[in-house]
Design a protein around this ligand. Structure first.
Ligand SMILES: Cc1cc2nc3c(=O)[nH]c(=O)nc-3n(C[C@H](O)[C@H](O)[C@H](O)COP(=O)(O)O)c2cc1C
Length: 162
């Protein structure tokens, strides 16, 4: 089964998680580009939070989904203003043809599991995810998400991601 990871990461946390996962699964991890790069100050955080809350559209450059129906795609993004970040939302709005098995990764500043953002992510994907991984910003920055990654990978392997 082919595997592919597509993620958005503005400040590097989601990228770090997705790249480690890609190395372990021996697949590619490709980033979505959006015009928000650079370290966010308070004003930018407020602006982007507002964009996320008001479902503002944005321009993105996204990798192509190369997985076929019975492959596995892992999507990685982050929580903005309690909801799914704008670039991943935009990617899903382009209507990419997704395989039957999609797994989700979310990072957030809050260490609490972001159930609402995951629900929304799954609703926009249009199917029940085969597995969900949440990594907090603190865990991502201190590289202390190894056991969570192991559990997530085990769930993916159970779904046939050999
Ligand atoms: C605009 C903006 C809004 C955010 N809103 C939230 C939030 O509502 N809840 C939360 O837990 N973290 C929030 N965060 C923190 C990010 O989810 C967290 O830092 C995440 O790991 C960033 O991912 P990245 O480094 O891949 O871009 C926000 C960050 C930004 C930039």
């Amino acid at each position: 089964m082919a595997k592919q990871i597509i993620y958005y990461s503005m400040t590097g946390n989601t990228k770090r998680v997705c790249q480690q996962l890609a190395a372990q699964l021996d697949c590619s991890a490709e980033g979505i580009l959006a015009p928000f790069e650079g370290k966010p100050g308070l004003l930018k955080i407020l602006k982007l939070g507002y964009f996320a809350l008001t479902r503002r559209k944005t321009r993105i450059t996204a990798p192509s989904v190369r997985t076929a129906a019975n492959d596995m795609l892992i999507l990685g993004a982050q929580v903005w203003a309690g909801t799914l970040s704008t670039p991943m939302r935009e990617f899903l709005a382009t209507g990419p043809v997704l395989p039957d098995r999609v797994a989700l990764v979310l990072t957030s500043g809050d260490p609490k599991y972001p159930a609402q953002a995951f629900d929304e992510f799954a609703r926009l994907v249009g199917q029940r995810p085969v597995a969900c991984l949440h990594v907090s910003e603190a865990e991502a920055k201190s590289d202390s998400f190894g056991s969570k990654l192991d559990e997530f990978r085990a769930a993916l392997l159970q779904q046939g991601a050999a």
